[in-house]
Design a protein around this ligand. Structure first.
Ligand SMILES: [Fe+2]
Ligand SMILES: [Fe+2]
Ligand SMILES: [Fe+2]
Ligand SMILES: [Fe+2]
Length: 581
């Protein structure tokens, strides 16, 4: 496969939106079609036999060979394949049958990938036990499904750790990446199947099924506790690797930090699929609960090299390759086209992105530190790509925009970069809320929002990078205390807000507000209140920020401000209520 077709297959496996059909009932035909199509449409057609196993330096190979997981991993995939396939044989519904068959096929392929790898690096495997066809196919399918829900959750985090620490060399990371993403698809498919399945059985079977679910969890917990006791001795010690494995992948992290990484990775891996699908939530909820009883995550010292490396590395590692021209742009019907064209701010957005690209590019030239320089340069590329993405959208959908040449950039490019950074913090925070409201209102087809989502994610990365860069620099100048940095930020935030108000005024004057607000915005504005908007901004910001290493700073000014505003709004409505009745 060529480089770009690999990237396409990878993207195709990661992002998927069902046909727009609005809300539906869980257990309905539409629900079934959605989760089955999700699995089928995101199939990644790689072939284990043609994977070119990268030659590893001796120490990397040694580390890999010494991991105690390969026997259990191969056997688990073997069992999973048989169990999933066996259940699939009992299913009558053709679409569901097809999806489960694919699930089984992929488990078999995981086994093959692992076995090939093990062979390539000369790892000795124990003899595989015979795989026995389960008697209760449904039970066996559920055991596999729920244990994948547990194991994948931790595997996501450990994989990320192994990647960050360099324990897995990049070539190997690339090879395993599709396997990881496949497990994400499997658990998503599985929990939706459970929700659908239990609603489609006769009423008298439902209590029995609920007991079965409990039984499966009981069994899995018992299995894991039993294995945990066996650690250090028994050959099956590695069954519990996913829970105890952070040391084995060569990184010392606190349990709390590992939990954070697992949660963030879990969110990230499942974020690209249709929002209407149910997400696996038992393990994330339990982990969130456990997190409350753990100590705070260790902080990195602001301004230290470790701090710099952390925020630059996170930024680089979360980079995604794509070409705006080849994104899955949907065909729009006339109504959607009109709504899209009536949005009054495309010109402003395009201009902002073009200017952003230019500022960051020019700023990059002034950065000496090579680590920072590389990261800032990447941001510049991304901003330029944002402009390209918006331009592509404008071209495809015939949006009326006049492109003006950029004003010359300010002479003080460092201040311009800072102003731009704080501006992004403000725009993104508000943008999160607008995006959520527009998406929930179905203002445009979901497939278009999925494209904008990439842009939103990149902006989130930019502002996290920016606030850390800012704090890093301030700390290096001896302004590490929070109040000191707070004062600097405040000054810049005030400037950013002033500019925003200016832009809004100009926009309103140019547009007269008439095209948009009268005809199109009613869709937005139905049920719109300032409070709901703030709540959406706040919640979306919190959700998106969870994806980053807990040791990094996040933009905090607007979230704090919103928090205060919301608390007072709540208090106010609480006080007001008695008077109304
Ligand atoms: Fe698997
Ligand atoms: Fe799986
Ligand atoms: Fe941008
Ligand atoms: Fe940006």
């Amino acid at each position: 496969m060529t480089q770009s077709s690999v990237a396409d297959a990878d993207r195709g496996a990661r992002f998927w939106q069902g046909p727009d059909g609005g809300p539906f009932r869980y257990g309905s035909e539409q629900h079934k079609a959605l989760f089955c199509r999700m699995l089928l449409d995101t199939f990644n057609p790689y072939k284990p036999a043609v994977i070119d196993w990268p030659k590893l330096p001796p120490d990397a190979r040694e580390r890999l060979v010494s991991l105690p997981i390969w026997d259990i991993a191969v056997q688990t995939e073997g069992k999973a394949k048989l169990r999933v396939a066996t259940y699939g044989e009992t299913v009558a519904d053709p679409l569901l049958k097809q999806a489960i068959a694919l699930n089984g096929f992929e488990e078999g392929r995981h086994k093959e990938v692992l076995a090939n790898m093990v062979r390539a690096y000369g790892i000795a495997l124990a003899e595989e036990p015979p795989y026995v066809k389960p008697r209760d196919a449904e039970w066996a399918f559920m055991v596999t499904g729920y244990s994948e829900c547990i194991d994948s959750f931790f595997a996501f985090g450990l994989f990320e750790l192994a990647k960050r620490s360099g324990f897995f060399p990049p070539a190997l990371v690339d090879t395993f990446e599709p396997v990881m993403q496949e497990e994400g698809r499997h658990i998503l498919f599985f929990v939706n199947w459970v929700a659908w399945h239990k609603r489609n059985m006769p009423w008298w079977r439902r209590p029995w099924f609920a007991l079965k679910v409990l039984g499966v969890w009981g069994f899995l917990i018992w299995e894991r506790i039993g294995i945990a006791r066996g650690i250090g001795g028994a050959p099956d010690a590695d069954n519990n690797f996913t829970v105890t494995g952070s040391k084995s992948v060569g990184v010392e992290v606190s349990p709390r930090a590992l939990m954070e990484i697992c949660l963030a990775e879990n969110d990230r891996r499942l974020a690209g699929y249709d929002e209407r699908l149910i997400r696996p939530n038992v393990v994330p909820r339990l982990v969130r609960l456990a997190r409350r009883f753990m100590g705070k995550s260790e902080a990195v010292e602001l301004g230290s090299t470790a701090h710099r490396d952390l925020f630059c590395r996170q930024f680089k590692e979360t980079y995604q390759e794509f070409d705006p021209a080849t994104l899955p742009w949907p065909e729009l019907d006339e109504a959607a086209l009109q709504r899209l064209r009536a949005v009054p701010f495309w010109q402003e957005v395009l201009h902002t992105e073009l200017r952003a690209g230019a500022i960051v590019k020019q700023f990059t030239a002034t950065v000496d530190d090579p680590v920072l320089k590389e990261a800032v340069e990447l941001q510049g590329l991304e901003e330029t790509r944002h402009a390209a993405l918006i331009r592509e959208m404008i071209r495809r959908y015939g949006i009326a925009v006049e492109e003006h040449p950029l004003d010359p950039l300010p002479a003080d490019i460092v201040t311009a970069f800072k102003d731009f950074g704080f501006g992004e913090c403000v725009d993104s925070f508000l943008g999160f809320g607008v995006f959520k409201i527009a998406r929930e209102a179905g203002f445009l087809p979901e497939s278009l929002f999925a494209i904008f989502e990439t842009l939103m994610y990149e902006e989130t990365r930019h502002i996290v990078f920016f606030v850390n860069w800012m704090a890093y620099n301030e700390a290096r100048r001896g302004r590490a205390p929070a109040w000191r940095r707070g004062l600097t930020s405040l000054r810049f935030y005030v400037r950013a807000l002033k500019r925003l108000v200016g832009t809004a005024r100009r926009g309103a004057a140019q547009n007269d507000g008439k095209d948009f607000s009268a005809t199109q915005a009613s869709m937005f504005l139905e049920g719109f209140t300032f409070r709901r908007f703030l709540e959406d901004c706040y919640a979306e910001n919190a959700r998106r920020m969870r994806a980053f290493d807990p040791a990094l700073l996040r933009p905090s000014f607007l979230p704090k401000l919103a928090d205060v505003a919301l608390s007072s709004l709540r208090l106010w409505s609480f006080r007001r209520r008695p008077a109304q009745t």
